[in-house]
Design a protein around this ligand. Structure first.
Ligand code: FAD
Length: 353
């Protein structure tokens, strides 16, 4: 039987950040990831917000800086939004995942690819995983359909956006420095569509609140009125679920703790989860290390205090989903109050917790 202090199921942003912070503090940590290698089969657009770039050292050569937001109404009229020192980073996401994996391994974490988490159960004080390993803490960082949550009767999200995206070469966006966002309740119910310059590519996608489904072909045809697709070639397609119901309840039981999308710590409004995954992954690693080294606060209690509840954002999401028909979005586009709210959503995320 292989014994380790901490076992993490899932090697996405959250699992890798947690593994790195634990290993840096001298804790024995093993991470199980079902993918064959880091960076394969990515589902995310990979846009990183300024707050995340300020907090974590993201290698510059894996990113592209985008400073403006162009917001289109359903009629395709638009407004430009900007904030003097705000920016987004698009990323070469597979390469970024390889970087995060290397960093965690360099710190001393054992990272096992092609090794799914299959099952676990309690055995006295420890947790037995896959019938072959045991650990003191099990971290479920295995995404919104968390198997760890199933095995330990933890909370799971029931509200999801479904996102779909295509990556193009040969597609020039109108403003090479703008994150173009498209409001349209029929095409992207409860969310929006986007077109953004990526690292050597252009990324075009949309998401809808399930049970409404995003139709990327219809959306792309609509974008043909704005961008020239004549030379555009699809290089890759991706997509997946984004949990938008907020923090799950319970997110921990004993020494089993959920993290990242599995815990529901994704902004219900912007659907951004990379920064929270990295931030709270690191915080959970620190909390477990402090507990194991010095005793005191249980890490689940520590996270109870800091995990975001997204109260304001959940209210705004419900309002946007239920009260924003296309005619209203067209009518309010240039209204100063709407422009202010849109700027706050894009540039002042912290104030909207
Ligand atoms: C289409 C789309 C676009 C998005 N765009 C953005 C964006 O631009 N910016 C942003 O901030 N957020 C975005 N998000 C959200 C963001 O990607 C997630 O919030 C973030 O990836 C969460 O990280 P995580 O580590 O919790 O989960 P994940 O990144 O989903 O990682 C979970 C990992 O667990 C592994 N796993 C699952 N089950 C098992 C198992 N049984 N055994 C072993 N391993 C397992 C998976 O293979 C995966 O590697 C987007 C999401 C989608 C779907």
């Amino acid at each position: 039987m292989h014994h380790t202090d901490i076992l993490i199921a899932g090697g996405g942003f959250a699992g890798l950040a947690c593994a790195k912070s634990l290993a840096e503090r001298g804790i024995a940590v093993t991470l199980l990831e079902r993918k064959k290698a880091p960076g394969v089969g990515m589902h995310t657009t990979g846009i990183i917000v300024k707050e995340c770039a300020d907090e974590f050292a993201i290698p510059e050569h894996l990113t592209r800086k985008v400073t403006d937001v162009r917001l289109y109404a359903p009629s395709l009229r638009y407004i430009d939004l900007a904030s003097p020192d705000y920016f987004f980073l698009t990323t070469d996401t597979p390469a970024l995942m390889r970087h995060l994996s290397d960093e965690a391994a360099k710190a001393g974490a054992e990272i096992l690819y092609d090794t799914p988490y299959e099952s676990a159960g309690r055995q006295g004080e420890s947790i037995r995983v896959n019938g072959t390993s045991s650990c003191r803490f099990l971290i479920g960082a295995d995404g919104p359909r968390s198997r760890v949550a199933d095995d330990f009767a933890l909370g799971k999200n029931t509200q999801f956006l479904l996102g779909a995206e295509a990556e193009y070469e040969g597609l020039t966006l109108a403003d090479g420095n703008a994150f173009c966002c498209f409001l349209d309740r029929r095409l992207a119910h409860g969310y929006l569509g986007w077109a953004i310059p990526g690292v050597g590519v252009a990324q075009v996608g949309l998401a809808s609140r399930l049970p409404h489904k995003p139709d990327i072909d219809v959306f792309t045809a609509r974008l043909g009125q704005v961008f020239d697709f004549s030379q555009a070639k699809v290089l890759a397609r991706r997509g997946g679920l984004i949990p938008v119901g907020g923090l799950v309840n319970p997110f921990a039981r004993g020494n089993v703790i959920l993290l990242g999308d599995a815990a529901g710590i994704v902004s219900p409004l912007t659907a951004g989860g990379i920064h929270t995954a990295l931030h709270y992954g690191t915080a959970l690693g620190n909390a477990i290390a402090a507990h194991l080294h010095h005793g005191g606060t249980h890490p689940a209690q520590a996270m109870q205090r800091v995990y975001p509840r997204f109260r304001a954002k959940r209210i705004l999401r419900t309002a946007y989903e239920t009260l924003a028909p296309n005619w209203l979005l067209d009518a309010v586009l240039t209204n100063p109050l709407f422009t202010r709210l849109a700027s706050d959503v894009f540039f002042k995320k912290k104030q909207l917790r």
